[in-house]
Every structure is written in structure tokens, then in C-alpha cells.
Design a protein around this ligand. Structure first.
Ligand code: SF4
Ligand code: SF4
Length: 108
């Protein structure tokens, strides 16, 4: 039997999430195969950008208009084990209020 592909959401959020994922400087790009992008359920929410500190591998960024704050990128494994999320603790889940103070108000 064929394995059904994971369907990802691809529309902008209607309500602001309570927390948002922010990538910190510990991102290694997972050696060219970012685990977080695989785990994120929202299409195009996480994407690779060039890492000026590491010439070989990219790092990851988050489109905060798409992030739903689901935390699957930090851990979707049982008991928060990071088995399926970021293995480098490179993703901070930031409360909306703190996020908007730092990066400006989300325009929706
Ligand atoms: S919190 Fe959810 S939607 Fe946001 S980047 Fe992580 S996995 Fe994607
Ligand atoms: S899982 Fe973590 S280290 Fe790997 S690409 Fe994503 S944020 Fe970077």
C-alpha cells in the first residue's frame, strides 16, 4: 500500500499564535538536512537561508506570518526528547508579546 504523504497547511494564520518559533545562532542546518523543516506541519513556514558563519551548510529561518506555534520543530517525540525535533536546541519558542516587542507587530 502506498504511503500517504504528509499534507502541509499553506495559508496565513487568521489569529496570532501565543508563541512563535525563533531560530537562534546554534542552528547548524543539520548538516544540510534540516530536521525541523521535515517536522513543521506548515508548508514554507521554515526555509533554508545562507549561514554567514558556516560556509558549508545553510541555516534555517521561520516565516512568522505562517508559524502556528505548534512546537513540532523543537520536539514532536514522546516526553520532549528531541528525538524528532531540533537536536541542537537552536529553536526558541517566544511568547507573542515578547516577540512583537523585539521584532514588531505581526500584521494580521
Ligand atoms: S512552531 Fe510549528 S509552525 Fe512554527 S516553525 Fe515550529 S513546527 Fe513550524
Ligand atoms: S533542526 Fe535545529 S539545527 Fe537543524 S536546521 Fe532546524 S533549527 Fe537548525
Amino acid at each position: 500500500m502506498a504511503v500517504k504523504e504528509k499534507t502541509k497547511r499553506n495559508v496565513q494564520r487568521k489569529r496570532k499564535p501565543k508563541i512563535l518559533a525563533v531560530i537562534n545562532d546554534a542552528c547548524t542546518g543539520c548538516g544540510g538536512a534540516p530536521i525541523c523543516i521535515t517536522e513543521c506541519p506548515v508548508d514554507s513556514c521554515m526555509y533554508e537561508v545562507q549561514n554567514p558563519d558556516a560556509k558549508i551548510f545553510n541555516r534555517v529561518e521561520v516565516d512568522h506570518l505562517l508559524c502556528i506555534g505548534c512546537k513540532k520543530c523543537i520536539s514532536s517525540g514522546p516526553m520532549d526528547t528531541y528525538l524528532e525535533g531540533c537536536p541542537w536546541d537552536a529553536i526558541d519558542m517566544v511568547p507573542l508579546e515578547e516577540f512583537e516587542k523585539t521584532y514588531g507587530e505581526l500584521p494580521y
